[in-house]
Design a protein around this ligand. Sequence first.
Ligand SMILES: NC(=O)C[C@H](N)C(=O)O
Length: 365
Amino acid sequence: EKSTFDSDLTWVSKDSSLPKVVIYNARGTILSASKYGRLDNINYGSGPPVTVDHMIGNVTEVLKVAQLAVVSFPVTGGSAGLNSSLYLNITQHANRHLCTEGSDIAGGIMFHGTNTLEETAFGVDLTLNCSKPFVATGAMRPDTYISPDGRSNFFQAVATAVSPDARDRGGLIAFNDRITSIYYSTKSNANTPDTFRSIEQGNVGAFLGGQPYFYFSGPSYPTGRPHFDVTNTTELPAVVVLYGHRKFSLLSPACFQGANSLNRGLRRLAYVRGCCQWCQAAAELYKQGIPVVTVTRSVTGTGMPGIEKGPVFYASYLQGPQARIMLQLAINAGYTLDEIRNLFEAPLRSAIYAPAPNSEWFAEV
Ligand SMILES: NC(=O)C[C@H](N)C(=O)O
């Protein structure tokens, strides 16, 4: 009798003893083609799209390491146009396929446009309810390129998903011969295949002869990585990301518009001197029950929460898009302001302040 967790899947298989891997297909350049020849890596949407079946046909080695099934999502155009319903959709499928008790599926991989791969992957990472590998990949070159990176990335993602060593690490990205943690990864280069990086935390592993090599034995999860249940979630609350620059001319008005009805406060703040306007704006929003999470604008690193718990929350080592997703999930889960602060800051606070016997360690000397 067929159990429900995989009743929607059709397996492509050359050997029924091989582990099973589901491909969550959200397209991207990995499945794109150019009509302008083998050197074009710019107009990648111009040719007829490549299908996953075609991809498997071009990378027949995948069927020597896994049995595959494909779930395709309705994605058209570049990945910058996607929203959170995509990852909610993917994670609901992946939870059923991978995390249902008795599931014999080893892991999942995801094809995704690289522009927002890190966001969809992060959303899935925080909402997948089991320790099986979920491995995101894509490509920077269309499949028609002289040496397309997508085929190798596809093989490496599958090889990672079937590896018992890939379990218990949180979601991973397999891209350009490297494995990184989704939690810490970002697209670092708009044009080249060596783009996904976890700049500060480094690589989890690399590929040698088509096999993943993990630098540290598991289990090993990113510090502070939470889990949210989105079984019944179809939409998430709106959270905006505002880019800070000198004078922060955008931040205060935008925050206040978001909070509605704070015109008086805005006018008053315009005259505040000596203290940053946006901190004041955040403090006002905090009073209204609206959380503001701050992310460092530096390429990596973290802002540092002070000893006193304040109205601005520090996002630890998360990037802006990732912090936004975590905040949406926390608000959706009904977290209070204190719980949201704790979600973002607890790993930092316990590292910085907990070892000290008391706050006098930090008094002026
Ligand atoms: N390299 C890529 O996948 C870019 C692609 N246009 C995207 O949707 O993100």
